[in-house]
Design a protein around this ligand. Structure first.
Ligand SMILES: Cc1cc2nc3c(=O)[nH]c(=O)nc-3n(C[C@H](O)[C@H](O)[C@H](O)COP(=O)(O)OP(=O)(O)OC[C@H]3O[C@@H](n4cnc5c(N)ncnc54)[C@H](O)[C@@H]3O)c2cc1C
Length: 641
């Protein structure tokens, strides 16, 4: 039943699109203004956008289908599921420009969610296992291949009749069989590296080589886009190595895989930061990413006439100018420390610093450590200091959402990013696309259910925290961690051990704490409490990604682009109007040829593909009419909040 229902829907839809009959196409969606969605990830709209309501979907189809008409089979991927008139399925699709994957949910023959995601550009596919695109590696005539291949059958005494070694194309840069090798692989790499940026300009400059930059670098390499990823660091991976000593990922390994190269199956569930650093370093090598270390971008200026950027940077201390067509800022959402200034802080005799500068708790044995803030970094640092023998107090100003990593794994990520998903043959891309198939507007209601279960599972711990004075929330609408992350990127701790230390009284909490004054060796709060302090740490989070635009381009461009991240939910730090997608991330901005890339490992893995495809299309002059046209988010005030 499910199979027939979905196939029928897809056939009717493609038939309507092929005939440009948008009325008929729209009639395949439920007749509502709300609660019915088409989400497109760069396959029709060259944008990342969700349309809500049948009328908006119809209008979007009218605007975007011309040039992107169906052109091949739209078929169920794996199998459809459902019963009683409600069915859903992954599917594959082809239009005139892209091959993609999608997800559709239908009720009584009408769709209420429909998602389309580009996977490759037709005619510009990535190099992969196909004979036609995979590089040969060996060089005919030098390695004696394929002419001199041994016929395994003949070796075993069989006949030679069916042995037909495939014909392979010669590298352009080697002589024909029997001739001398001009350059081997290493020499060709070295030549490319020496030339790129010095002679030939990269088509793309990626600023920042953390996980975001290297995910993108790998995609760009596979798509054959001349690129350079630059980072200030000494070694790829230092963005993680340089974080505090005790840090491990809070998300489990199944959620964190890199594009193309999943972690091996012995990898720890929660990757320690130095191990992740080494993985990034290995990844840069194996994926053959053009990565410049010890390189700092000072400024970028767009030349409107030439349609090129002029990027001033220093490489190994020496100045250099690059002129790429595109600049991608992968400089991190956790790159700009928010450092409040406290009255009297200059009187403080102890150490005062932001959490990003935390050296590790071993330095603070026997000290009084006061931490301002009560989210992820605060808890990690508190636990590390406590375990190293410090006397720790967390100052909590407002409520925090707490969920244990175990519970998170067994509720929100269960079935998609865990061992059971692997056992059920669910590959990471399909898991990502399943997740993308849920429009953001639907997430809170779905996650509210998960939060009810999470509260049950973590009940004892949550009760203990409350008894310790810790102030809890589960999101303003009880929709939990991921919605908070999408809306504001803060306000939570995924518990990996600190909470029990609070419950056990080993770490103290001062609720509703606002710092009034810093004295030589004390922190005074507005309620009059005075706390002895040798060390004061601001675990007060990070600024908005658009701070990077101001820092590396200028304030005018920052204002033109506006707020980044957040959905427009109207909750704290995420002012409306409702946007439906993360503002300005991975998609065209009001500033042409500038892009923002970032997010957690899951988001970076998936969206690096969408971003790379947008760049690739532009490199080849493929028409990319962006719909709707980019606009400034929160131009007047609030864009940085
Ligand atoms: C304590 C902590 C714990 C976290 N835990 C997790 C987790 O468990 N899972 C998860 O997915 N995320 C986690 N995050 C979020 C984490 O920040 C991001 O997932 C990750 O670091 C983002 O990667 P990125 O490549 O976008 O940015 P970053 O890792 O911040 O990398 C940005 C890079 O840009 C470089 N750079 C900046 N300016 C310039 C310039 N002008 N020139 C050259 N280079 C420049 C920096 O040197 C840096 O290497 C955590 C963050 C923190 C702070």
């Amino acid at each position: 039943m499910a199979k027939e229902a979905v196939e029928k829907w897809l056939a009717s839809f493609t038939d309507a699109l092929s005939k440009h009959d948008y009325e008929a196409a729209a009639n395949l969606f439920e007749d509502k203004d709300e609660g019915v969605y088409w989400r497109d990830l760069v396959s029709f709209t060259w944008n990342i956008v969700t349309f809500e309501g049948r009328a908006k979907i119809k209008e979007a189809l009218e605007k975007t289908v011309p040039g992107h008409e169906p052109d091949g089979e739209w078929a169920i991927f794996k199998e459809a599921s459902g019963a009683d008139g409600a069915f859903e399925s992954h599917f594959t699709f082809v239009n005139k420009r892209v091959r993609g994957r999608g997800y559709v949910r239908i009720r009584e023959g009408k769709a209420y969610t429909f998602m389309t995601a580009a996977q490759e550009l037709r005619g510009h596919e990535e190099k992969s296992g196909r004979q036609s695109t995979r590089e040969q590696g060996v060089i005919p005539g030098v390695h004696g291949w394929p002419e001199n291949w041994i016929n395994p059958d003949k070796e075993n005494g069989g006949s030679n009749a069916d042995f037909n070694p495939p014909k392979r194309e010669l590298h352009a840069d080697v002589n024909p069989p029997g001739g001398q090798m001009k350059e081997n692989w290493l020499e060709r790499q070295e030549k490319e590296r020496a030339d790129l940026g010095m002679g030939t300009q990269p088509y793309v400059l990626v600023v920042g080589g953390g996980q975001g930059g290297v995910h993108l670098g790998a995609r760009l390499r596979r798509l054959g886009i001349p690129h350079i990823v630059v980072d200030k660091v000494e070694r790829p991976g230092d963005s993680w190595r340089n974080r505090y000593r005790s840090l491990c990922l809070h998300d489990p390994v199944w959620y964190d895989h890199f594009p193309y190269l999943p972690f091996p199956d012995h990898w720890p569930v929660f990757t320690p930061k130095d191990q992740l650093g080494d993985w990034i370093e290995m990844y840069v090598k194996v994926m053959n990413i053009n990565y410049w270390t010890r390189t700092t971008v000072q400024s970028c200026k767009f030349d409107d006439a030439k349609k090129l950027w002029s990027v001033e940077l220093t490489r190994d201390g020496k100045p250099l100018t690059l002129t790429p067509a595109h600049v991608i800022l992968a400089t991190g959402m956790s790159g700009f420390p928010n450092m409040p200034s406290f009255p009297g802080e200059t009187d403080f005799k102890g150490k005062l610093f932001h959490s990003s500068k935390f050296p590790g708790g071993h330095e603070f044995k026997g000290k009084n450590v006061v931490i301002v803030g009560s989210n992820n970094s605060s808890h990690d640092i508190a636990a590390d200091c406590c375990n190293c023998g410090a006397n720790v107090t967390i100052l909590q100003r407002s409520t925090t959402h707490i969920v244990t990593s175990d519970t998170l794994l067994n509720t929100m990520l269960a079935g998609l990013y865990d061992e059971s998903a692997e056992k059920n043959g669910l590959d990471t891309n399909t898991a990502d696309l399943t997740f993308s198939g849920i429009p953001f507007k639907m997430l809170p209601d779905i996650h509210k259910g998960a939060v009810v279960e999470q509260k049950k599972r973590d009940a004892k711990l949550l009760e203990g925290l409350t008894n310790s004075g810790f102030m809890l929330d589960h999101g303003e609408d009880e929709s939990g961690l991921f919605c908070k992350y999408l809306r504001r990127g803060s306000g939570y701790y995924i518990d990996v051990g600190c909470c029990q230390l609070i419950v056990d009284g080993k770490i103290k909490v001062q609720p509703k704490a606002v710092v009034k004054q810093i004295h030589a060796d004390e922190v005074e709060l507005e309620d009059g409490t005075k706390l002895q302090a040798d060390v004061l740490i601001s675990a007060t989070g990070y600024g908005n990604m658009n701070e990077w635009i101001k820092a590396l381009i200028d304030e005018e461009t920052q204002k033109k682009v506006g707020k980044c991240w957040g959905l427009g939910s109207g909750t704290t730090k995420d002012p409306g109007p409702w946007e439906g997608e993360l503002r300005n991330m991975w998609k065209p901005l009001t500033q042409p040829q500038l892009w923002l890339h970032g997010g957690n490992l899951h988001q970076s893995r998936q969206h690096s593909l969408f971003l790379a495809l947008q760049i690739k299309a532009r490199m080849h002059g493929i028409p990319t009419p962006v719909y709707p046209v980019p606009f400034t988010h929160h131009a007047e005030g609030g864009y940085g909040k």
